[in-house]
Design a protein around this ligand. Structure first.
Ligand SMILES: Cc1ncc(COP(=O)(O)O)c(C=O)c1O
Length: 325
């Protein structure tokens, strides 16, 4: 059970990262409580039945939901502007659930070829084992998405900026193609961070994060998040998570709740520092090639201006070869 914090909409976005979704216990704690519990008691058998049928809004069993995890889900939904959010044990659990849960054998997926290795494995190797075909396209070419569509295409997947090339894709343009052909668009927003890019507002249906990265961002724990419309998140995706069990540990959820409080400070500083390193690298003798979303020289600089409010914290560069010295 995680609820949408309607009151959070009135808060400044950065205040949402501190307060949205907080549920206080009867002890009135100031900071979020850590519920390291597997199960919950019921007043009677009818209430127990209601909890499992989702007709009673309480908690039942830790694989399905947990109060600390629910606070994280609710806070992230409020920040991202999503109707619903579900947390997972890792970023790859989030990607796998978001991609596999809505699909059936016989469906077809189109994805950008510039992907993090594990994401590419899911699309290119894993899905076909279950009868789901996939086509990889040059994601920056919008016509390539259209050309790859088949009558059974149900889902588009992309990362922008991509790991590790920092290729940027016009999300609104791909979302328009997805809508035209009736496919759901899933975006891995890890490199953009929730601060610098809002895929749902650009037309995406689902956003996934490795919360391991900026959301914890301090090397302490793994986690993932899936956000989007209630119908999708609390439909096929929730069912997939409940039955297959990649639940986020309450302890990790609590660490991430605390991390969200400092997300703008940390990511803002990291992006600023990345910019300084990128400037320094770019000033070195050629042929060093620097790719940084904050530089005018980025191949998709125009798209970045339209769809990102910050440059990401990452830099890609090609070191000078020893023969070029
Ligand atoms: C773009 C991207 N997506 C997904 C993941 C997977 O996240 P996790 O390591 O939390 O499973 C990563 C990890 O580096 C990533 O960079």
């Amino acid at each position: 059970m995680s609820t949408v914090d309607a009151a959070a909409a009135k808060l400044h976005p950065e205040t949402r990262l501190v307060h949205a979704g907080t549920m206080r216990s009867q002890f009135g704690e100031t900071s979020e409580a850590l519920f390291l519990t597997q199960g919950h008691v019921y007043d009677n058998a009818a209430q127990a039945e209601g909890r499992f049928l989702n007709t009673d809004p309480g908690f039942q069993y830790g694989r399905l939901s947990n109060p600390t995890v629910a606070m994280l889900e609710s806070r992230m939904a409020a920040f991202e502007g999503a109707e619903s959010c579900r947390a997972t044990a890792t970023g790859m659990a989030a990607v796998t659930a978001a991609v596999m849960a809505p699909l059936r054998a016989g469906d077809h997926v189109v994805a950008a070829s510039a992907l993090f290795g594990s994401c590419r494995y899911i699309i290119e190797d894993h899905l076909p084992r279950y009868g789901i075909e996939s086509t990889l396209v040059e994601g920056t070419e919008i016509d390539a998405w259209r050309r790859a569509v088949r009558p059974n295409t149900k889902l588009f997947f992309l990362e922008s900026p991509a790991n590790p090339t920092l290729e940027v894709i016009d999300i609104a343009a791909v979302a328009r193609v997805a809508k035209e052909v009736g496919a759901k668009l899933v975006i891995d927003n890890v490199f953009a961070t929730p601060l610098f890019q809002r895929p749902l507002a650009l037309g995406a249906d689902v956003v996934v994060y490795s919360a391991t990265k900026h959301i914890d961002g301090q090397g302490r724990c793994l986690g993932g998040l899936i956000l989007g419309a209630k119908e999708l998140i609390e439909g096929d995706i929730q069912q997939f998570l409940r039955q297959t069990g990649p639940s986020l540990s309450p302890f990790n959820a609590w660490v991430m709740l605390k991390s969200l409080e400092t997300l703008p400070l940390r990511v803002g500083k990291q992006a600023e520092n990345a910019g300084k390193v990128a400037d320094w690298l770019a000033a070195q003798a050629k042929p060093t090639k620097v790719i940084f979303p904050g530089h005018e020289s980025h191949p998709q600089a125009e798209i970045i201006k339209r769809q990102m409010s910050g440059p990401s914290t990452m830099i890609a560069f090609e070191p000078r070869s020893s023969s070029a010295r």
